[in-house]
Design a protein around this ligand. Structure first.
Ligand code: ADP
Ligand code: MG
Length: 892
C-alpha cells in the first residue's frame, strides 16, 4: 500500500459515517465508497487510482474553488462531510525524503446543523442543531431535555418537555440536524419520531454524559461555573453540553462564540402539534411549498434576519397577554406615519446580515465583505436611530430597539471605514482590500511592487529595441515566473550571437520561444518579495480588524436583533395597513368573538384575481345565560353546507386569526376579542399520510384521539369533516360521539364542519352547540356559492349540483337525481331529530348500523358475476350465463 493510501485510510477510519474530502493540490479527492456516493449524488465522473487489496480504487474529485457548491448538494442530500486539508507545504514533505507524504488533517466536519457559509445557508430560516437528552422516569413519565443552537447567529436555547410532547416541540423548532444517543435512536417509542426527521445523527453516550455536562459547558464558555450565565435543569444542561461538544467536534477546535443558553420557560407558548402546523399551512403548504403558506402571506420583512424572527414568532405564539400587548403597541406606533415607516424599511433593506457575518469572522471563515457588513450595519443603525424619534413616548419594545441599536461602538465602524477599500474581493486570500493610506508599511510594499512592475514595462520596451523584435513581450506565469517571449520566427535571432549573451533560453513552444535574463531574475525576486510582504501585511490587518470586531460581538448581536425586531414590527404594520387588519383584544378570558373575519391567505389570492372575500363573524364565547351548570366554557359551532361553500376556509380563518393575535400581529377582521388559547388543534378528515404507511382513516382517528385526550377548556379545536374516511354510519357515529365528548369533557371552544346534517339535531341536547351554515342559492338548477356563514343548518348537500359544475356527464347527473329522490323519500320516516332523542349522551347508536340498504342493480350484477365459475362451465353454459347477465341489466 502506498504511504498516501495508508494516511488516507487512517484519517477515514477516524471519521466513520462521513464522506472524506481529501485535499490533493487543487482538488478534494474522494475514494472507495465515498467516491461512488459523490459521483452518484453530484453527477461527476468516477475514475480510479491505484489498487487496494488487488482491486481498483474508485476515485472522484471536486475542484477546491467550487467545493462549496458541491458541499451544498451533498449536505442537501443528507450526507455529512469531513474536510481534510494539507497542513504543510508539499516542498517540506519532499525535503523529508522521497517517500514522505504531505501532512494532512481534518479541519472541519460539515454537517447540516453546523453551517456558517452564506452559500450553504438559507438566509430566511434559522439553521438549528438540536440535541436531545432523556431522563427515564417510571412508566410514561420520561422527561426530555432539548438544546438548540444556530451557530450562524449564536442563538442558544434550552428547554424541557414530557416525552409525549417531543414531536410537537421538534416541529415547532424545526431543526436542521438532530443529535441523540444511539439508545434513543433505537428506542421503540421515540425512535420512530426521530427517524422521521430529515437529519438525525446518533452518537455515543459520552457526549450525553450528565456527570461531565457542566464541566464541558464551562470549558466552552471559559467560565468557572455556569451559574452566572444561565439557569438550567440538569437535563437541559446535558443536552446543552452535547450540543456544544458536537460543535467543538465539527469545528475542530475553533469555537464559534455563542450566547449563553437561554431557557425557554414551559407553557409560555401556544402548543401546536405537527399535524395542526401542517394542516393550517403555517410555514409550508400541504404540497410543501413556502408560497401559499401563512408565513408567505404575512411576511413583508425586508431583511433575512427579520424573516427569521417572524418565522420564529409564528412557530411559537405567546400565551401571555401582556407580552402580546407589547408587540401590538410597537406595531400600532408605526400604523399612522407611512412615510416614516417606509423610510425605516428602506434603511433596513440596505442593512447587511450582521449576525451571520460575525459568525463567519469568529470561526476564521470570514472575508473582507464580512468586515464591510459590520461597518455598514453600524452606519445603518445610526440612520435608523435618526428616523425613529417623533413617536412620542416610545412603547417598551421600540425603546428596546433604540437601546440595542445604540450599543455597537461607532469607533469600530470608523476604523473599518478607514481600513477597507471601496471595492472588495470576495476572499481575503489575494489581498487588495485595504485602502491605500491606511497603513504606511503596506503602502510602501505596494509601491515597491508597483514600481517594479513599471520597471518591467520599461525593460520590455528596451529589450524590444535592443533585439529589433517589436512583438517581444515580458510575461509571467507560475511555473517560469517572469520571462521574455518572442514568436518562433524571431526565436533564432535571440538564440544566436550576440543576443544569446543576454537572453538565456528557457522553453520552446509550438509558436513561441521563451527566455530569461539575469536582470529579469533580480527584478522578479524584488517584485515577489514586495508582493508577498504586501499580502502578509494585509492579512495581518485583516486579523486585527477581525479580532476587534469579534471582541465587540455582544453589542453587534444586540444591534442585529434590534434590526430584526424593527423589521418585523414595521413589516407587520405595513401588512396591517395594506390589508386592513385591526388590533386584536387579547385577554385571559375564554372569549372568542370575531367580527367580519377573513382568511389572510385566501383573501390575498382572491385579491390577485380581483375577487372579493366575504367576511364572516364567529362567536365561541361562553354563553351569558346560565343553564345546567355548563356556563363558563366556550361554544362549539357545527357548520353544515355543501362542498365548496367555504366551510374549511371559515374554520381555518378563525384558527389563523387566533394564532396571529397571539404572535402579536394585527388580524384580518373588523374586530377580534380572543381569550388566550393554550393549544390549537386542527384536523381534516381523510388526510393522506401514505409516506408513513398508515391508512388515511387510521390517521384521521389517531389525530382525533389526540384532541379528545388533550384539549383543555382553553384550547381551540378545528375539526373539518372528521369521519369522512369510513362508511357513512360509522363516520356519523364517530362524529356524533366526538362532539358530545368535546362538549361535555373537553369543554373547549371548537368549530366542527360536517356534511352529516343529522348532527345538527344534537344542538337540541347540547346547550353550547350552535348550528351555522354556509349560504348557497339555487338558480336554474345550479348552485351559487355566497360564502356567507349564518345561523341555521343546511337541509341538503347540493352534491349533485357540485358534481354538475365539475363536469360529470349529463346522464350520470340525471340518474343521480332520481336515485337521490328515491332515497330521500324512503328516509323521511325516521328523522335525525328522532335519533337524537332516542340516544342518551354517549350511548352507542346500535340501530343505525343495522339497517342495510336494498342492493342496487349494479350490486346485483356484481353478485351474479361473482357466482360464476368459468372453469366448471361448458361453452353452452357460459353462453347462457352471458344472456342471463344481460337480462339483469336495468331497462334503459
Ligand atoms: P368547503 O370546505 O365548504 O368545501 P372551501 O372552504 O374549501 O369549501 O372553499 C371553497 C372555495 O370557495 C375556496 O377555495 C375559496 O376560493 C372560496 N371561498 C371560500 N370562502 C370564501 C369567502 N368567505 N369569500 C370568498 N370566497 C370564498
Ligand atoms: Mg372543506
Amino acid at each position: 500500500m502506498s504511504p498516501m493510501m495508508e494516511q488516507y485510510l487512517e484519517i477515514k477510519a477516524a471519521h466513520p459515517g462521513l464522506l472524506l474530502f481529501y485535499r490533493m493540490g487543487d482538488f478534494y479527492e474522494l475514494f472507495f465508497e465515498d467516491a461512488e456516493i459523490a459521483s452518484r449524488t453530484l453527477g461527476i465522473v468516477l475514475t480510479k487510482r491505484g489498487k487496494h487489496q488487488a482491486l481498483d480504487i474508485p476515485m472522484c474529485g471536486v475542484p477546491v474553488e467550487r467545493s462549496e457548491d458541491y458541499l451544498h448538494r451533498l449536505i442537501e442530500a443528507g450526507h455529512r462531510v469531513a474536510v481534510c486539508e494539507q497542513i504543510e507545504d508539499p516542498a517540506a514533505a519532499r525535503a523529508r525524503g522521497n517517500k514522505s507524504v504531505v501532512r494532512r488533517a481534518v479541519v472541519r466536519l460539515v454537517t447540516p446543523g453546523t453551517l456558517t457559509e452564506d452559500t450553504l445557508l438559507d438566509a430566511k430560516t434559522n439553521n438549528y442543531l438540536l440535541a436531545i437528552a432523556r431522563s427515564r422516569g417510571s412508566a410514561g413519565t420520561d422527561r426530555i431535555g432539548l438544546a438548540w443552537i444556530d451557530i450562524s447567529t449564536a442563538e442558544f436555547i434550552v428547554t424541557e418537555c414530557a416525552s409525549g410532547e417531543l414531536a410537537a416541540t421538534l416541529s415547532r423548532i424545526n431543526p436542521n440536524e438532530v443529535i441523540v444517543t444511539d439508545a434513543l435512536y433505537g428506542d421503540p417509542e421515540l425512535g420512530p419520531v426521530l427517524r422521521g426527521l430529515p437529519a438525525v445523527t446518533p452518537l455515543t453516550r459520552d457526549l450525553f454524559d450528565s456527570a461531565t455536562a457542566e464541566r464541558r459547558l464551562c470549558d466552552y464558555f471559559a467560565v468557572a461555573t455556569m451559574d452566572g450565565l444561565s439557569a438550567m435543569s440538569r437535563l437541559e444542561a446535558t443536552a446543552a453540553a452535547a450540543a456544544v461538544s458536537y460543535i467543538d467536534r465539527t469545528q475542530v477546535g475553533k469555537r464559534p462564540p455563542l450566547q449563553p443558553p437561554a431557557r425557554e420557560a414551559q407553557g409560555t407558548t401556544m402548543a401546536i402539534d405537527p399535524a395542526t402546523r401542517a394542516n393550517l399551512e403555517l410555514t409550508r403548504t400541504l404540497a410543501g411549498e413556502r408560497r401559499g403558506s401563512l408565513l408567505d402571506a404575512i411576511d413583508c420583512t425586508v431583511t433575512a434576519a427579520g424573516s427569521r424572527l417572524l418565522a420564529q414568532r409564528l412557530a411559537a405564539p405567546l400565551t401571555d397577554s401582556a407580552a402580546i400587548g407589547h408587540r401590538l403597541d410597537a406595531i400600532a406606533a408605526f400604523m399612522d406615519d407611512g412615510a416614516r415607516r417606509e423610510a425605516i424599511r428602506g434603511t433596513l433593506r440596505s442593512a447587511p446580515d450582521l449576525s451571520r457575518a460575525l459568525a463567519r469572522l469568529s470561526v476564521g471563515r470570514g472575508g473582507p465583505r464580512d468586515l464591510a457588513a459590520l461597518r455598514d450595519g453600524i452606519v445603518a443603525a445610526d440612520t435608523a436611530l435618526a428616523q425613529l424619534p417623533g413617536l412620542g413616548e416610545p412603547p417598551a419594545e421600540i425603546a428596546a430597539i433604540i437601546a440595542a441599536l445604540r450599543r455597537p461602538s461607532r469607533d469600530l465602524a470608523q476604523e473599518l471605514s478607514r481600513a477597507l477599500a471601496d471595492a472588495l474581493p470576495l476572499v481575503k486570500r489575494d489581498g487588495g482590500f485595504i485602502r491605500d493610506g491606511y497603513e504606511a508599511a503596506l503602502d510602501e510594499s505596494r509601491a515597491l511592487r508597483d514600481t517594479s512592475r513599471l520597471v518591467v514595462a520599461a525593460m520590455q520596451a528596451r529589450y524590444a529595441e535592443q533585439t529589433g523584435v517589436k512583438g517581444l513581450k515580458i510575461r509571467h506565469n507560475n511555473m517560469l515566473g517572469y520571462f521574455v517571449e518572442v514568436t518562433a520566427q524571431h526565436g533564432e535571432r535571440l538564440l544566436g550571437k550576440p543576443l544569446n549573451a543576454t537572453f538565456i533560453h528557457r522553453q520552446t513552444l509550438l509558436g513561441q520561444v521563451r527566455f530569461t535574463t539575469a536582470e529579469l531574475g533580480e527584478i522578479e525576486a524584488k517584485i515577489a518579495n514586495a508582493g508577498d510582504r504586501a499580502l502578509a501585511l494585509e492579512l495581518e490587518i485583516f486579523e486585527r480588524l477581525s479580532a476587534l470586531s469579534t471582541a465587540a460581538s455582544d453589542d453587534l448581536r444586540a444591534a442585529a436583533h434590534g434590526f430584526a425586531l424593527l423589521d418585523v414590527t414595521t413589516a407587520l404594520a405595513r401588512l396591517a395597513v395594506d390589508d386592513h387588519y385591526v388590533r386584536p383584544e387579547v385577554d385571559a378570558s375564554l372569549g372568542f368573538a370575531i367580527e367580519a373575519g377573513r382568511h389572510p391567505v385566501v383573501e390575498q389570492a382572491l385579491k390577485r384575481d380581483g375577487q372579493p372575500f366575504i367576511a364572516n363573524a364567529c362567536d365561541l364565547s361562553p354563553l351569558t345565560t346560565a343553564g345546567e351548570g355548563r356556563v363558563g366554557a366556550g361554544q362549539i359551532w357545527l357548520i353544515t353546507g355543501p362542498n365548496m361553500a367555504g366551510k374549511s376556509t371559515f374554520l381555518r380563518q378563525n384558527a389563523l386569526i387566533a394564532l396571529m393575535a397571539q404572535i402579536g400581529s394585527f388580524v384580518p377582521a373588523a374586530r377580534a376579542r380572543i381569550g388566550i388559547v393554550d393549544r390549537l388543534f386542527s384536523r381534516v378528515g381523510a388526510a393522506d399520510d401514505l409516506a408513513r404507511g398508515r391508512s388515511t382513516f387510521m390517521v384521521e382517528m389517531v389525530e382525533t384521539a389526540v384532541i379528545l385526550n388533550q384539549a383543555s377548556e382553553r384550547s381551540l379545536v378545528i375539526l373539518d369533516e372528521i369521519g369522512r374516511g369510513t362508511a357513512t354510519f360509522d363516520g356519523l357515529s364517530i362524529a356524533w360521539a366526538s362532539i358530545e365528548h368535546l362538549h361535555e369533557h373537553n369543554r373547549c371552544r371548537a368549530l366542527f364542519a360536517t356534511h352529516y346534517h343529522e348532527l345538527t339535531a344534537l344542538s337540541a341536547k347540547l346547550p353550547r352547540l350552535f348550528n351555522a351554515t354556509v349560504r348557497v342559492k339555487e338558480w336554474h338548477g345550479d348552485v351559487v356559492f355566497l360564502h356567507e356563514v349564518l345561523p341555521g343548518s343546511a337541509d341538503r348537500s347540493y352534491g349533485i349540483q357540485v358534481a354538475k359544475l365539475a363536469g360529470l356527464p349529463q346522464p350520470v347527473i340525471a340518474r343521480a337525481k332520481s336515485v337521490l329522490a328515491k332515497l330521500e323519500a324512503k328516509d323521511r320516516g325516521q328523522t335525525a331529530r328522532a335519533l337524537a332523542d332516542d340516544l342518551p349522551l354517549f350511548a352507542v347508536p346500535a340501530r343505525a348500523a343495522a339497517e342495510p340498504a336494498p342492493p342496487s342493480p349494479a350490486d346485483q350484477l356484481i353478485a351474479a358475476v361473482q357466482a360464476l365459475h368459468p372453469d366448471e362451465m361448458s361453452p353452452r353454459e357460459a353462453l347462457e350465463a352471458l344472456y342471463a347477465l344481460k337480462a339483469k341489466l336495468p331497462k334503459a
